[in-house]
Design a protein around this ligand. Structure first.
Ligand SMILES: Nc1ncnc2c1ncn2[C@@H]1O[C@H](COP(=O)(O)OP(=O)(O)OP(=O)(O)O)[C@@H](O)[C@H]1O
Ligand SMILES: [Mg+2]
Length: 305
């Protein structure tokens, strides 16, 4: 079990603190972003023996045999170093980094299993799946403890996110970035936002996505059954082994605000992917989630004791 103090808003650098503009953070990935030519690209990919994978909203992703190819960005060398470190210490919950292909894309092992989007297939929301996600996150964080301190830069930081911590956080853990087997998450994928941060930063995000902390209409829209959130929050934190839970719901809201701010800032800066997300209503969805977490705070708080 670990005890970690909560994060206060003042720990978080804000926009004026040099948060990145799209132009200098995402340009490499932008080169390969989805466009109206998607159909042609998919056709060419197939012709070349590549299978366009579902998702890939942020990064075009194709499968080539037993490998996955993804566009890279300025953060990729650091992420590759992380994946190699995780392999070296025996953490098996990630694809392996195999190298860079002739098109400059990262080559990762294809992890066999079930994948999902925001709509979880039946079975992925069981208590066993929830606790397996927490245990996997804990094992990942623990595997980064000796690695993180000497790698302070080179990561892709979200707008207003912490820039240091005792572990590397994945920063986008959810069912849609996990591979499941027999209904349990066995690996996290999509490591582009990995960066140093306190453990709670990832735990808060994982609560949002795996419990999940969506209101009933949102759960119904996405295909989640309406489950009591308080006991599931406690179940996740128990399985992770987080002792000091006092501030965790506040961190959830801070975490959500950083995602909202990141989409808005990068959309304002002209990034087409984030502009599309805003047009599709993602910022509004997040604001709805923030309001829901805020108004549920007193109801969930007893489950933290
Ligand atoms: N290593 C892998 N093994 C198996 N499937 C993978 C792997 N990497 C990616 N995928 C599949 O490709 C999809 C998109 O990949 P990824 O999540 O890395 O990109 P993305 O840009 O974040 O897409 P999205 O916005 O949909 O999350 C995943 O949802 C998954 O189905
Ligand atoms: Mg993804």
């Amino acid at each position: 079990m670990v005890t970690i103090s909560g994060i206060t808003m003042s720990d978080l650098p804000r926009r004026s603190d040099g948060s990145e503009s799209v132009a200098n953070t995402r340009s490499a990935a932008n080169e390969c972003r989805r466009t109206p030519k998607d159909g042609i690209i998919a056709f060419v990919a197939e012709w070349q023996g590549e299978e366009r994978l579902a998702g890939g909203a942020v990064t075009p992703v194709v499968r080539v045999g037993a490998t996955v190819r993804r566009a890279t960005g300025h953060w990729s060398p650091r992420v590759h170093e992380l994946l190699r470190h995780l392999e070296a210490v025996g953490f098996d919950g990630t694809p392996r980094f195999l190298g860079i292909d002739e098109h400059g894309r990262e080559v990762l092992t294809f992890v066999d299993g079930e994948v999902t989007t925001y709509e979880p297939p039946a079975g992925m929301y069981t208590e066993a799946a929830l606790t397996a996600a927490a245990a996997l996150l804990r094992r990942f964080h623990d595997a980064t403890v000796g690695f993180v301190h000497s790698r302070v830069d080179g990561w892709q930081f979200q707008v207003g996110a912490p820039r240091a911590g005792h572990v590397v956080c994945h920063n986008d853990v959810g069912p849609y970035n996990a591979v499941y087997r027999n209904g349990h998450p066995i690996a996290f994928i999509d490591w582009d936002f990995a960066a140093p941060a306190p453990r709670e930063w990832d735990i808060a995000y994982a609560l949002w996505r795996f419990v999940p902390l969506y209101d009933d209409p949102t759960c119904a829209r996405l295909g989640w059954p309406a489950m009591p959130r308080g006991p599931r929050i406690a179940r996740f934190l128990d399985a992770y082994g987080l002792d000091d839970r006092d501030g965790i719901l506040t961190v959830v809201r801070q975490r959500q605000e950083v995602v909202r701010e990141t989409i808005a800032t990068w959309a304002d800066a002209g990034d087409p992917v984030f502009a599309a997300m805003r047009r599709e209503g993602r910022v509004t969805d997040i604001e709805n989630d923030i309001a829901y977490v805020k108004c549920s705070h007193d109801q969930w708080e007893p489950f933290l004791r």
